[in-house]
Design a protein around this ligand. Structure first.
Ligand SMILES: NC(=O)c1ccc[n+]([C@@H]2O[C@H](COP(=O)([O-])OP(=O)(O)OC[C@H]3O[C@@H](n4cnc5c(N)ncnc54)[C@H](O)[C@@H]3O)[C@@H](O)[C@H]2O)c1
Ligand SMILES: Cc1ncc(C=O)c(C(=O)O)c1O
Length: 310
């Protein structure tokens, strides 16, 4: 199985261009559609950058791929054999866009959503043919994180699941097939980690720099080689039992967005996009950090791709 000859990415913000670059490198003719001409102009630049990064990684490349960018949804979907929706995380918007897409593609075309965690079954009723609708959760940056969660909804047909798993495998990514649960697997784990991290920062237990050092060189490094299930065996299930017995009741269990985060949102401190978030960035620092992140992920990806899976 190879990637579908013609694919469409709907929504070209943070995720769309990197998704498109990945599919183009796998040989697909990719149409990138956005409602905003300004977003599309930015997307062309982001796509070019992501494509250059993929050249640095040097992974497999299938000739013949191409990308076009359009604000005409009819042009974007004409003849498309595979659609990835990547519009903002708002269920009503996604449902409206999914209906738009379905009216313009063949009955057998897979429609995948890159939602971060909205249950697929909650969106499926907006489609006439929900059997071809499925979750395809890429991680940011999509051209450098070679794992995609495949999440069927209640109405998703098995043929759709099988075909999407084959497509993900065809461009060398790791498909993770999972049952539907709010947030999906990756974000449930990530948000449990982030909840504890924000609590530790908010209580002044550790500085941001020290926390990042601890996690990057501790569990981050370790878990990039040893998955958490394997780690339980390496550490000893008995050790986990002994520690969880007293620690689990001590962990942060807040059920709402922390006030410290709400305060930052209110102050417009959103992170890279506003040059201040958990850290503050001087002139040129955000671009420098983005370059450092890309270089680090490329180096780590090359190394991890070269080691025997544990
Ligand atoms: N940003 C991340 O780290 C990340 C990671 C994984 C998954 N996701 C998910 O991917 C999806 C997209 O996220 P993002 O961060 O790329 O969002 P974004 O806001 O950066 O980009 C969304 C794009 O969709 C466009 N758009 C809005 N309405 C549209 C419409 N009606 N038709 C076509 N285009 C429209 C916007 O102009 C924008 O360019 C969300 O569901 C998000 O949860 C995001
Ligand atoms: C903070 C955060 N939230 C959601 C997602 C993905 O859905 C990501 C990511 O992909 O990196 C993230 O970092």
């Amino acid at each position: 199985m190879s990637v579908p000859e013609i694919a469409t990415v709907v929504g070209s913000g943070t995720m769309g261009p990197g998704i498109a670059a990945t599919l183009v490198r796998a040989g697909a003719e990719v149409r990138v559609y956005d409602i905003s001409a300004e977003a599309l102009a930015r997307a062309e630049q982001t796509f070019a950058f992501a494509s250059g990064v993929l050249d640095q990684v040097g992974g497999p490349k299938v000739d013949g791929g191409s990308a076009t960018f359009t604000t005409d949804i009819g042009e974007a979907l004409a003849g498309s054999r595979f659609v990835i929706e990547a519009v903002p995380e708002k269920i009503e918007l996604k449902e409206s866009v999914l209906k738009q897409i379905e009216r313009l593609v063949g009955d057998d075309v897979i429609i995948a959503t890159n939602t971060s965690g909205i249950p697929i079954s909650d969106m499926a009723p907006s489609l006439e043919r929900p059997g071809r609708f499925i979750g395809m959760h890429w991680s940011n940056p999509p051209h450098l994180i070679p794992m995609i969660e495949v999440i069927p909804g209640d109405a998703t047909e098995q043929s759709t699941v099988d075909e999407l798993v084959d497509i993900v495998n065809s461009f060398g990514y790791h498909p993770v097939l999972e049952k539907e649960i709010a947030g999906f697997v990756e974000n449930r784990v990530l948000y449990a980690i982030l909840r504890e991290c924000v609590a530790l920062l908010d209580e002044g237990i550790v500085t941001p720099e020290a926390l990042d050092t601890c996690v990057k060189w501790g569990i981050g490094y370790k878990l990039s080689v040893i998955g958490p299930t394997r780690l339980l065996d390496m550490a000893g299930v008995d050790i986990y039992a002994a520690v969880s017995g007293y620690l689990n009741k001590q962990l942060d269990a807040s059920t709402d967005t922390p006030q410290v985060i709400k305060d930052k949102i209110a102050a417009g401190e959103l992170g890279f996009k506003s040059s201040k978030g958990m850290y503050e960035y001087g002139p040129g620092e955000v671009d420098a950090k983005r370059k450092d992140i890309t270089a680090g992920l490329v180096a780590a990806l090359k190394t991890l791709s070269s080691i025997t899976p544990v």
